[in-house]
Design a protein around this ligand. Structure first.
Ligand code: NAP
Length: 498
C-alpha cells in the first residue's frame, strides 16, 4: 500500500499534471473560478481540482481556435508534420509519467496504461506522416478549354469530445488527424479523466504547436450540457468529433443540425464473440480474455455477448473459467494486477444489475458474480452460462468484467442473434472452416471484425461503427478525411494550341 501511495504521489509531482485549462497558449482558470475534483477510482482519493468551465469559457476557446485557424491552415503540411513529430517524441519520452496519470485517474493496470500511451502515440506518428499525403486530383477534362482540379482543404475548427475509458488515446486519435489536416481544435475531455488531456496539452505546448491551435477545456457534469451545446451549435465550429455513448451522440447530432455541422461519431457497442464448433478452443479462450478484460471490460469494442456453439460449449466454458480464475483484481499500481477498478460506483452497480437480472432469469454463475472485497468500484471477473436473449447483457452494453454465454445450434441462429442489436461496432468469431469464415465475416453488421483474433485495434486500420454505433472513421488513411473538405476547381477559357 505504501508503494501505491508513493506511485500516486510521484504522479502528482510530475510536471505533466496540470490543474488549469489550456486556451490560446495560456493556462487558465474558469472565469467564475469554480472547480471540480478529480479522484482515483481505486480508493476515491482526491487527485486535485480542475476548472469547471461554462459556456462563456467554451466560447473563448472556440474564438481562440477560430482566430488561429487561418495561419495554421496556411502552414505547409511539412511544417505541421514536423510539429506533430515533436509532440510524438515528447509523448514517447514521457511514457512512464503519462501511464501513471492514466492509472491514477482512470484506474487501469499500469502495464495497460503504458499500452494506451503507445497506442495514442501511434496516432501522432501516423498522422505526422499522413499530413504530407493529403493529395488532390487532376481530372481528365471533358473540354479542351477547361482544366479540372480537386483540392483537399481543412474544414476549420474541430470540437473534440472524448470519453473516460481511453482518456489518452481517444484524444490523440482525433487531435492528431485534425491538426495534420490543418484544423485547429477545442478538446473537451470527460469529467472523470481530465488530467490525461491536460498533460497532452502541456506536451503540445512544449512541442511548439502555436497558441490557439490546440485548446483544452474542462467541465463537470453540471456544466456539460451547456458546454456541449455551445461546441456543437457554434457557427465557428466546422466539425464535431465525438466518442461516447449513443444517447449523447444523438443529442449532439441534433445540435449539429442547426448549422449542418460536419460530424464524426464513435458511439456505443454490443460486440458479439462467436465460437463455432470448428474453433481452436485455446485460441478462442485467449481471444475472449483479450476482447473482454482489457480495461476491466470498459471498452466500446469489448465483447459483450458470447455465443458458443453446442459442440464446443462445455469445453470452452471449462477452459475459460480456468483462465479467468488466474485474473488478478486490484489497484492498477499494484504489480501483477490484470483487472483494475471500474470508473465509479455507478458503473459497478450497473454491472451488478446485469448479473442480478441474468441470475433471476435462469443464468448460472460459473465464477465471480459479485462486487470484489476491495471495494464498491471493484467487480469480480464473472462467467455466466445458460444466458438468454431476454437478459440485460443481451440487450445493453455492460461495460464491466462479465462474460455471459449463450448456447446456439446453427450458424444462421448465431448470425441472427449477433445482428439483432441497434449497435454495429465490432464482432469477433472463431472458426477454422474457410468458407464459414468468409460467410460470417461478410454477414456481420458491424464496422470491425476480428477473425480468430480478440485484439484488433491499430493506427493503420479504420475504426468506426455502423447502425447506432456511429458515423465516420478514425485512424488510418480514412481518418484524416473526416477533417477535410473536397473542393472542385474548374479553370476555363484555356486556348488549345495548334
Ligand atoms: P458519455 O457519457 O456519452 O460521455 C462522453 C463524453 O461526452 C464525455 O466527455 C462527457 O462528459 C460528454 N458529454 C456528456 N453529456 C454531454 C452533453 N450533453 N453534451 C456534450 N458532451 C457531453 O460516454 P462515457 O460514459 O464517457 O463513455 C462510454 C461510452 O463511450 C460507451 O457507450 C462506449 O461504448 C463509448 N465509446 C465508444 C468508442 C468508439 O470508438 N466507438 C470508444 C470509447 C467509448 P462528462 O464526462 O462530463 O459526462
Amino acid at each position: 500500500m505504501a508503494s501505491i501511495a508513493k506511485a500516486v504521489e510521484q504522479t502528482l509531482k510530475s510536471g505533466l499534471v496540470r490543474f488549469q485549462a489550456f486556451v490560446n497558449g495560456a493556462w487558465i482558470d474558469a472565469k467564475d473560478r469554480r472547480t471540480f475534483s478529480v479522484t482515483n477510482p481505486a480508493d476515491g482519493s482526491h487527485l486535485g481540482d480542475v476548472p469547471d468551465m461554462t459556456t462563456d469559457d467554451a466560447r473563448s476557446a472556440i474564438d481562440a481556435a477560430y482566430e488561429a485557424k487561418r495561419e495554421w491552415a496556411k502552414r505547409t503540411s511539412k511544417e505541421r508534420s514536423g510539429l506533430l513529430r515533436r509532440w510524438f517524441d515528447l509523448v514517447r519520452r514521457n511514457r512512464d509519467d503519462l501511464a501513471r496519470i492514466i492509472t491514477a485517474e482512470q484506474g487501469k493496470p499500469l502495464n495497460e496504461a503504458k499500452g494506451e500511451v503507445d497506442y495514442g502515440a501511434s496516432f501522432i506518428e501516423w498522422y505526422s506522416e499522413e499530413a504530407k499525403r493529403v493529395y488532390g486530383d487532376v481530372l481528365p477534362s471533358v473540354s479542351t478549354s477547361k482544366r479540372l482540379f480537386v483540392l483537399k482543404e481543412p474544414v476549420g475548427v474541430a470540437a473534440l469530445i472524448t470519453p473516460w475509458n481511453f482518456p489518452f488515446s481517444m484524444v490523440l486519435r482525433k487531435a492528431s488527424a485534425a491538426l495534420a489536416a490543418g484544423c485547429t481544435a477545442v478538446v473537451k475531455p470527460a469529467e472523470d479523466t481530465p488530467l490525461c488531456a491536460l498533460a497532452l496539452a502541456k506536451l503540445a505546448e512544449d512541442a511548439g504547436i502555436p497558441a490557439g491551435v490546440y485548446n483544452t477545456i474542462t467541465c463537470s457534469r453540471d456544466n456539460v450540457a451547456g458546454v456541449g451545446e455551445m461546441l456543437a451549435a457554434s457557427e465557428k465550429i466546422a466539425m464535431v468529433s465525438f466518442t461516447g455513448s449513443t444517447a449523447v451522440g444523438k443529442l449532439l447530432l441534433k445540435h449539429c443540425a442547426s448549422n449542418v455541422t460536419k460530424v464524426s461519431m464513435e458511439l456505443g457497442g454490443q460486440a458479439a464473440f462467436i465460437v463455432f464448433d470448428s474453433a481452436d478452443a485455446d485460441a478462442a479462450v485467449e481471444g475472449a480474455a483479450n476482447a473482454k478484460f482489457r480495461n476491466a471490460g470498459q471498452a466500446c469494442i469489448a465483447a459483450n455477448r458470447f455465443l458458443v456453439q453446442e459442440g464446443i460449449h462445455d469445453l470452452f466454458c471449462e477452459k475459460l473459467k480456468v483462465a479467468m480464475e488466474k485474473l488478478f483484481v486490484g489497484n492498477g499500481f499494484e504489480e501483477g494486477v490484470t483487472v483494475g477498478p471500474l470508473i465509479n460506483q455507478r458503473a459497478a452497480e450497473k454491472v451488478m444489475a446485469h448479473v442480478t437480472d441474468a441470475i433471476s432469469k435462469g443464468g448460472k454463475v460459473l465464477c465471480g458474480g459479485d462486487f470484489h472485497h476491495l471495494g464498491r468500484t471493484f467487480f469480480k471477473p464473472t462467467l455466466l452460462s445458460h444466458c438468454t436473449v431476454d437478459m440485460l447483457p443481451a440487450r445493453e452494453e455492460t461495460f464491466g468484467p462479465i462474460i455471459p454465454v449463450f448456447k446456439f445450434k446453427t450458424e444462421e441462429e448465431a448470425l441472427k442473434m449477433a445482428n439483432s442489436t441497434q449497435y454495429g461496432l465490432a464482432s469477433y468469431f472463431y472458426s477454422t472452416d474457410f468458407s464459414q469464415i468468409w460467410r460470417v465475416a461478410e454477414s456481420l453488421e458491424c464496422g470491425v471484425v476480428g477473425v480468430n483474433e480478440g485484439s484488433v485495434t491499430t493506427e493503420v486500420a479504420p475504426f468506426g461503427g455502423v447502425k447506432q454505433s456511429g458515423i465516420g472513421k478514425e485512424g488510418s488513411k480514412y481518418g484524416i478525411e473526416e477533417f477535410l473538405h473536397t473542393k472542385y476547381i474548374c479553370m476555363g477559357n484555356i486556348r488549345p494550341g495548334k
